[in-house]
Design a protein around this ligand. Structure first.
Ligand SMILES: [Zn+2]
Ligand SMILES: [Zn+2]
Length: 230
């Protein structure tokens, strides 16, 4: 299956302004992707538009969000329906620090409709950690029927390993994302990752040309397959 389950839109301040709903869907179609997810930082407001545009191309869409916890760990949370993901997104927004975005420094946070018309700009900076801890984020995600995956565990910042140095055994995570697949065997050899842990790689695209560009590997045990079957 060709997929990309970690894509940012123009709502993420670090996402390019060209990452509009129609452009994301169109580029995913050109890249031959069969399934995608939009995972903006701490916010779900562009999901309805990207879902509509993706499905118009016949691309399966999984609603998602990349939560930044209060420990500055990125967790990808995926949900079965758009409605539940929007509800989860609202809970995260309510736990964001009320710090205004400075567009000239961090970038725009553009909310769009499916015609790529700007319908608003999100006020508070979405890059900050929310008030939820890692434990609370994963528990909340699970309580709403979602799937929680540690984002880019092999990166040196905003990853569970860079912050905690380990995958805490008390947190029942559903899988891990690797930025580079070759790091999986290294982490297993270092005793930092179990061979049985479901895994995947994604683009973490912030620019159109990055969508679907990475080699795509997803373990057959990955719980995201359950959402794809729905
Ligand atoms: Zn991230
Ligand atoms: Zn990301």
């Amino acid at each position: 299956m060709l997929y990309d389950f970690h894509i940012h839109s123009c709502l993420s301040p670090c996402g390019d302004d060209e990452m509009t709903p129609n452009n994301i869907a169109g580029m995913s179609h050109i890249a031959g992707l069969e399934a995608i997810s939009l995972t903006d930082h701490n916010c779900s407001l562009n999901l309805p538009r990207v879902k509509k545009c993706s499905e118009a191309f016949g691309i399966k869409f999984i609603p998602g969000i990349e939560v930044c916890t209060n420990e500055d760990i990125h967790v990808l949370c995926y949900f079965e329906t758009l409605e539940i993901c929007l509800e989860f997104g609202n809970l995260i927004i309510n736990k964001l620090p009320r710090i205004k975005n400075k567009e000239t420094i961090f970038g725009n946070q553009i909310i769009m409709n499916s015609d790529d018309k700007i319908i608003g700009n999100f006020d508070y900076l979405l890059l900050n950690g929310c008030e939820y801890s890692l434990y609370e984020t994963v528990s909340l995600c699970h309580s709403m029927g979602g799937i929680a995956v540690y984002a880019h565990i092999d990166k040196n910042s905003y990853s569970v390993l860079s912050v905690l140095g380990t995958l805490p055994p008390e947190i029942h995570i559903d899988g891990v994302e690797l930025y580079h697949l070759e790091n999986r065997s290294k982490l297993i050899n270092q005793g930092l990752l179990s061979k049985d842990m479901p895994y995947m790689t994604n683009s973490d695209a912030h620019y159109l040309e990055n969508i679907g560009e990475k080699e795509q590997h997803i373990s057959s045990s990955n719980p995201l397959f359950k959402l794809l079957e729905k």
